[in-house]
Design a protein around this ligand. Structure first.
Ligand code: PMP
Length: 281
């Protein structure tokens, strides 16, 4: 398969990463995962916008502008003949003798790959179980860093408890999933954590908020408690690869059961329509 190394599309076997790449040594880098529907990258601009913002937060210089990167990613997925799936891009702070201190605004090293993937439609119809556990991550969860140990450890914990996703809380305040954002519905009102330093402001989250508003629902972007999660009528997660996936049961620190309700189904439907509208069939 073909991959991207900086601005070169090349065969995967040709790419070698230095052992003193700061991504490898420190997890010093950022990434994005974008969905491909019907051979087209959906919400590419939004993802590249966040990529650029995260690069700025970490003081890594983008070696190319967003339009150039967009063209390269489009070329990559076309060369790999992806019809449905994802394109993954990451940028590290590049190679330097291993030492904590970084130099500001050095050009990043970009790699990208694309892969065929089927979106999990069955889970979206039947719902999933989630495992509720402590958020052990750092305090800059707004940065989409490749440093993901806090996320991978709770995902392991969730899977060991027969759950598809971990839902995290800090001192009783629910934040998000290990690789998704979380929404609850109570008495017809939709709630989600505000886009602060404690969560990643998901592109799917932003799309869902927009679609809800267009349908006359105001989403309350305020922190909510484990107790509120427990007592919610509906709950769902959102992410690029999971789209909108209902939660039917929460176990772990709380126990909750949820119906796949009217608002979840409405938003799933709106999301599908919106993708169709944005992607030329
Ligand atoms: N939160 C976290 C911690 C994530 O890792 C992800 C997906 N990478 C999301 C939320 C969802 O973001 P998006 O909708 O942009 O995929």
């Amino acid at each position: 398969s073909y991959v991207l190394l900086n601005n070169q599309i090349t065969e995967r076997k040709n790419v070698k990463i230095d052992i003193e790449d700061r991504g490898y040594n420190f997890g010093d880098g950022i990434y994005e995962v974008m969905p491909i529907y019907n051979k087209q990258v959906f919400t590419m601009e939004e993802h590249l916008q966040r990529f650029e913002e995260c690069a700025a937060k970490l003081e890594i210089k983008m070696p190319f502008d967003k339009a150039t990167i967009a063209n390269l990613l489009n070329e990559l997925k076309t060369k790999n003949e992806i019809t449905e799936g994802i394109v993954y891009i990451q940028m590290t702070r590049g190679v330097s003798p291993r030492a904590h201190l970084y130099e500001r605004n050095v050009e990043g090293l970009i790699t990208a790959f694309s892969r065929q993937m089927v979106f999990p439609k069955e889970q979206q119809q039947k719902g999933i179980r989630v495992y509720v556990t402590e958020d052990i991550r750092w305090l800059r969860c707004d940065i989409k860093t490749i440093n993901l140990l806090g996320n991978t450890m709770v995902k392991r914990e969730a899977t060991d408890n027969d759950c598809k996703e971990a839902v995290m809380h800090r001192n009783g305040t629910v934040t998000e999933g290990s690789s998704s954002n979380l929404f609850i519905v109570k008495n017809g009102t939709i709630h989600t954590h505000p886009a602060t330093n404690l969560i990643l402001n998901g592109i799917t989250r932003q799309t869902v908020i927009k679609l809800a508003e267009q349908n006359g629902y105001n989403i309350v972007e305020e922190a909510f408690s484990l107790e509120q999660l427990k007592n919610a009528d509906e709950a769902f997660i959102t992410s690029t690869t999971q789209e909108i996936t209902p939660i039917i049961q929460a176990i772990g620190e709380i126990n909750g059961t949820y119906s796949i309700g009217k608002l979840t189904k409405m938003l799933q439907n709106e999301f599908t329509q919106y993708v169709k509208k944005c992607i030329n069939n």
